[in-house]
Design a protein around this ligand. Sequence first.
Ligand code: PMP
Length: 405
Amino acid sequence: MSVPASAVPAFDFTSRLSRRAQTMSASAIREILKVTQRPDVISFAGGLPAPELFPLEDVRRAADAVLTRYGPAALQYSTTEGHPPLREWIAARHGIPAANVQITTGSQQALDLLGKILIDEGDTVLVEAPTYLGALQSFQPYLPTYQEIPTDDEGIDVDALEALLARTSVKVMYVIPNFQNPTGRTLSLDRRRRLVEITARHGVPVIEDDPYGQLTFTGETYPSLYELGLERAGSVEGNHVIYCSSFSKTLVPGLRDAWVQAASPVILKLITAKQGADLHTPTLNQMIITELLPILPRQVDVVKKAYGERAAFMISRLEAEFPEGVAFTRPKGGMFLWVTVPGDIDTTPLLSRAVERKVAYVPGSPFFAHGGGKNTMRLSYTSATPDQIREGIHALAGTLRDALA
Ligand code: PMP
């Protein structure tokens, strides 16, 4: 059908948008970062797992195996809760009933659905400053009011949290305790215990987002907030922590398989909310992920070794090249590190200077619910070769030196 040249002006959809849609804004960063996809620019801006580490042959074999084993059932609709063997594996690993596990289409969907079932317009949601930009995006359509909790090298400032809870009524708290996106920081054990105790005492549910926990470079791990909540409550149903994790950073992100562990009232509402969103996470994908579980430990070793080496090399170049007064985190796992430059330098306009020198980063400001952090940036070390790290950090150090001069 050919479309006739129309005499009717473009339909005014903008005025028909919901209030919720009107609060959604395309990320300014996304626009800026388009230029950084030029092949001549070394980008530390992306947040993608390293594709050369994906277990391509294992996925091929797993897909073949599940299609043979399940036949058409691998391509059929399936239950909203998730593929039973996958739920059971997750449940057994965490010592909880399978009924307390919900499979989601990425943990990004978990954040959206949790926003949907927990946040009413105007509710106060506590977030770290800075926090994961994608969580702010997921929660925003439910029209929360954000309260930011300051963070330092040990993660959330729990004294500030306690003071805030004493004077403010809070609906829910969102936190990334391990190798946080964007800072790479880890919440200390002592603060984990206090965070769980304080939030339980004030009756504030905690959403713990943990996609990076397994990617530890040192082998050191802390109990999750979920585990501490379980210990404190003595039962799955008494635990006020909702735990989200994902296979995106340990196996592959493209199959979009993740999960939520929580008390039954949360899981039951998630099931209903998920039915409205996508009925279920793709059946074939869940079966493939389940088939890949035996290689998970080996794959986690491969990924954390590679990222650990890349992080160590980037840190050594930052130490060698960055001008005095520029601070950076030294992550012990995960995919990102965080740079803080002296106060009056704004890293957003500085990005075009950096791109002129053929290097890119993500300016830090969008990771703050209320803006701020103008003098910060996030660097990803996952996808760069040693030569790119050496060259890119040299170029970035030059950009910073010029800005500071
Ligand atoms: N939470 C955090 C903290 C993340 O960094 C990411 C991915 N960048 C996600 C959730 C979403 O991950 P996925 O949907 O792939 O599981």
